[in-house]
Structures are given as C-alpha cells and as structure tokens.
Design a protein around this ligand. Structure first.
Ligand SMILES: *Cc1c(COP(=O)(O)O)cnc(C)c1O
Length: 380
C-alpha cells in the first residue's frame, strides 16, 4: 500500500499529463511559459483572491512574503509550535525571531487563546518589535481565521496564512489561501495539490504587494529583467510544473477533493469508538485532508506499532515527532524557551495513516483492522 499513491494518480491522468508535458517540450518555453500565467489566473479564481504569484516552492513563498513585508532583525513573528519546520525556519532565515505558540489539541492548529497570551507577553517584555503571525492549516484544515484575523487586526499585526497543507479546504465556503494579508501554498508532490517536483504560490488581494513579490521573485526586477531595482531571489515555477498542475487542478476540482473527504469519512466509521483520538474538523470547516492523523492511547509503543504495520505493508508517518521550540536549529534562541505542553503531547501521540484520492473503502478497512490489531500488541 502507498502512503500517498502518486503512481496510480499518474496512470489515471497519464494521457493528459503526457500531452501537457509534450507541449511544453515542443514549445521549449521552459521558463515563464504561457501555462504559468494561465495557472496563476485559475488558482486566484479558485481561491477567490485578486493575485496569485507562483514561485519555486512553498518555503520560498513564505520567505518572499516576509521579504516583501520587510521583516528582519529585531522583529519577532509568532508561529505555531506544531508544524513543518519551514513555517519557523523562514522567519529565522529572514533575520527575525520566531516565537512559538501552542495549538488546539483537537484541530492541531494555532490556539487563539494562547496567541492572545503570547502577544501580551512579547509586548510586555519589549525586547522585539512584534510584526506578524504565521498561521498554518495543518493536515488540510484551516486555522481558526475568524478569531485569528480579528486578533491580528486588533493588535496591528500582519497575518500570513501558511496553506501548504490546506489547499482545497474552506471555512463557511471561503477557501484556504484567502485568509490573512497574504497566504502561501506548496505544490510538493505529496501535498493536496502537488506537481512533479517543487513548486509554490503566494496569494494576496494587495496590488502593491503583488507587484513587489513579482519583482522579488525575479532578482528584484524593475521594468524588465535586466533592470534590477532591489535585491531579490530567483524563485519561479517551471512551465513544466504549471502544465502538470493545470491537469491536476482539473482532477482535484472534479473528484479528488471529494474522494479524500470520502476516505476520511470511511476511516471515521471504522475507527470510531476504538480508543484512538480521531481528527476533528470544526463546525463550518472543510478539510482537504493532507493527512489523516490519529492520536494513540498514552501507553502505546508507537515504534513497535509502526513496525507491526510495516510488516503488513501498511506505511504510516509521524507528523511531527518534535515541537518547533525543541528543534536544535533554534537552540539558545528565545523561541526555544516557549512553553507548549499541547504540542509536546501531540508529538508523542500522533500517527498519520495512508490517505489519498485513489483509496478504496476496502483499503481503509484493511488499514483500520490492522491498526487495531497492532494496537493491542503494542499496548504497554
Ligand atoms: C510542505 C510545507 C512547507 C514547505 O513547502 P515546500 O514546497 O516543501 O518548500 C511549508 N509549510 C508547511 C506547513 C508545509 O507542510
């Protein structure tokens, strides 16, 4: 069994993908080809924002936004403690200080109450200029933007939505990547909408920010490529990736997003009442199910459980084994001192199960049965 079955997806989409790739190769328009602009327009429309700026990957997307906002030394940015490293890494790479905020144990996302506390704490200490909040849509579910947007507005903080895992999700019909002052996503192959390599995008309604990002992503270009009015980076989405993404976006909208929601529902049916804590989707929210992550009972030997499942050819993953504040890269910095007990407990208990749009009901039942059998064996 595949954790995320990109091979089957390719077999299903093969005629269209192969044709799209052949077209790019024939045109030899490998950089900034027509497919890139066409994809940006489609993505902006799908998400419901004015501008989409594609770039080389989801990490660059975060960095470019921080760059556009002029975030650097002396600034602090609040980041959830339970996320992929890039959410905080990019803040530190910009020269600013990431400070970590604990999450909600049910949704895995930034806890608005803890965010309020952290803002008060950082402001009263006065060591940093608090500039922004990065909120992450972990495992496919949007963070609590109705509350987080209000908090950021009230405190004069910029809000960056890291939607790398959330693309396709929504809150009361408003799509992921439309929240905050800018939002980013990743097209890493295993994300909800993935390409055949690295890729990323930024979304914003701000015209000035859009212009600045387009300049920063292409060596700080001015009126043209060889007129360089500021320092930037080289971060573009390849035409080949844009062509693949157009085909994948069709499938994503037509049936893949519905399929993962069905798969998650099947898991819910078979695993409910089993003693596992199942993922919770908040009222009015829709998840794009980047991951299906359960929490194991406290006395489970997780390594043994994974090994038993591996023997039965069921791959599982641990997203994430370590809180951000405990990462060695932040050792000795103020972020390392963050107090995040919920994240610590989650890191010890989480297990992500295979989930993708090409899973059958039988496959989810097999995973559930094997998981419950292995759970008994691994109870300490
Ligand atoms: C994957 C991911 C990123 C980085 O995306 P890349 O395209 O791999 O650079 C950033 N944030 C989160 C939450 C992610 O899951």
């Amino acid at each position: 069994m595949e954790f995320r079955d990109l091979k089957t997806q390719y077999q299903v989409l093969k005629p269209k993908i192969d044709a799209a790739l052949a077209e790019v190769c024939s045109s030899a328009d490998f950089i900034s080809g027509a497919q890139v602009g066409a994809l940006e327009r489609r993505l902006a429309e799908y998400v419901g924002v004015k501008h989409c700026i594609t770039c080389a990957n989801g990490t660059d997307a975060l960095s470019l936004v921080l760059m556009a906002w002029g975030i650097g030394p002396g600034d602090a940015v609040l980041v959830p403690d339970f996320t992929f490293f890039a959410s905080g890494e990019t803040v530190a790479s910009a020269g600013a200080t990431p400070l970590f905020v604990d999450v909600d144990p049910r949704t895995f996302n930034l806890d608005p109450a803890r965010l309020e506390e952290k803002i008060a704490e950082v402001r009263s200490r006065g060591k940093y200029r608090l500039r922004a909040v990065v909120a992450v849509d972990l495992f496919g579910q949007a963070a609590d933007y109705p509350k987080i947007e209000e908090i950021c507005k009230r405190h004069g903080l910029l809000l960056l939505e890291d939607g790398a895992q959330g693309f396709g999700g929504s809150i009361h019909g408003r799509r992921v990547c439309s929240f905050g002052d800018a939002a980013t996503t990743s097209f890493f192959p295993a994300k909800p909408l993935g390409c055949y390599g690295d890729g990323g995008a930024i979304f914003t309604n701000d015209d000035e920010c859009d212009a600045l990002l387009r300049s920063l992503a292409v060596h700080g270009k001015g009126s043209m490529k060889y007129d360089n009015i500021r320092l930037g980076v080289n971060s573009r989405l390849d035409t080949v990736q844009a062509a693949v993404l157009q085909v994948k976006l069709d499938a994503f909208c037509a049936y893949e997003l519905d399929a993962v929601q069905q798969t998650a529902a099947w898991y819910g049916e078979t695993l409910r009442g089993s003693g596992l804590k199942l993922p919770v989707v908040a009222q009015g929210f829709a998840s794009s199910w980047a991951q299906y992550t359960v929490q194991l009972p406290e006395k489970t030997d997780r390594a043994l459980l994974q090994e038993r499942l591996r023997q039965r050819e069921i791959p599982t993953m641990i997203y994430y084994p370590k809180p951000m504040h405990a990462q060695q890269a932040f050792a000795g910095q103020d972020g390392a001192a963050s107090d995040c007990p919920v994240t610590e407990a989650l890191c010890a208990a989480v297990l992500s199960l295979p989930l993708h749009p090409y899973m059958t009901k039988e496959m989810t039942q097999t995973v559930a049965q094997e998981l419950l059998a292995a759970l008994e064996e691994a109870a300490r």
